[in-house]
Design a protein around this ligand. Structure first.
Ligand code: HEC
Ligand code: HEC
Length: 206
């Protein structure tokens, strides 16, 4: 990992240490509003097609991250046909409520599948990521998403999206600039392999 990238990461992390908090949502209202979301986010290994990757786990994610992602889909800043359609019909209150519900879902199990990545090699590359996401991807700071236990192929998809500029975030754009495809696969495999991280939105998880 490049030393300059590490220093830049540390500086950004301290700048972002105080996140803009989304107001608290209502967990019970969110549970009811999330029924349609379970059809994709609650099914093990449910797959997006073109490109093919697992639909991300949302259980146990920071509420602020869920809220920010839904806002970005609704504004068009983040593009995905299904998610844009889902977010288009949601009010800010709906977004806060589902975010509050998703955030309190109990932790899940690690993902054993590596999708071509090597978790050990990935661990060695996490030094700079750990500043914000935590060494095990269980980011304690709501300004940074939890990565632990997420599907490795979704994590790799997200990293490629930042690299290609399909997802725009100045912090992550800087982070991925120097990553090779193998770095991406290895890092994704490492974070996926962490226990007690993200979970599905399933009946059992509730
Ligand atoms: C038809 C399947 C489908 C349904 C239904 C669906 N989603 Fe999604 N969702 C996806 C896919 C695929 C992605 C990944 C899109 C991308 O790559 O940006 C996603 C991404 C997300 C993300 C971003 C996660 C992250 O880690 O950044 C959030 C938040 C989200 N969905 C919330 C919801 C909510 C809330 C609902 C219900 C109101 C919902 N989704 C319904 C398929 C679905
Ligand atoms: C300076 C802080 C910082 C550092 C360092 C950092 N990230 Fe991030 N990361 C973020 C933020 C903030 C987001 C949310 C960006 C957004 O809204 O798209 C994010 C998002 C992500 C996502 C998307 C998660 C999702 O659910 O869609 C992945 C994957 C990710 N980072 C992996 C990494 C990896 C791998 C590294 C190390 C190479 C790294 N990050 C370094 C701050 C950081």
């Amino acid at each position: 990992m490049k030393k300059a990238a590490l220093i830049a990461g540390l500086a950004l992390a301290s700048l972002l240490a105080t996140p803009a908090l989304a107001a608290e949502g209502d967990v019970e209202a969110g549970r009811a509003k999330a029924e349609t979301c379970l059809g994709c986010h609650g099914i093990p290994n449910y797959t997006n097609v073109y490109p093919t990757y697992r639909v991300p786990k949302l259980g146990g994610q920071h509420a602020d991250q869920i809220f920010a992602a839904l806002q970005a889909y609704r504004s068009g800043e983040r593009q995905h046909p299904t998610m844009s359609a889902q977010a288009a019909s949601m009010s800010d209150e709906d977004m806060r409520d589902v975010a509050a519900y998703f955030a309190q879902v109990k932790p899940g199990k690690k993902e054993p599948r590596t999708y071509g990545g090597n978790p050990q090699a990935g661990q060695e590359k996490t030094q700079v990521c750990a500043t914000c996401h935590g060494a095990d991807g269980k980011s304690p700071n709501p300004a940074f998403p939890v990565l632990a236990g997420q599907y490795a192929d979704y994590l790799a998809h997200a990293l490629r999206a930042y690299k290609l500029g399909e997802r725009t975030n100045p912090i992550m754009a800087a982070q991925v600039a120097t990553l090779s495809e193998q770095d991406i696969l290895d890092l994704a495999a490492w974070f996926a392999a962490q226990d007690e991280g993200l979970n599905l939105l399933s009946t059992e998880a509730r």
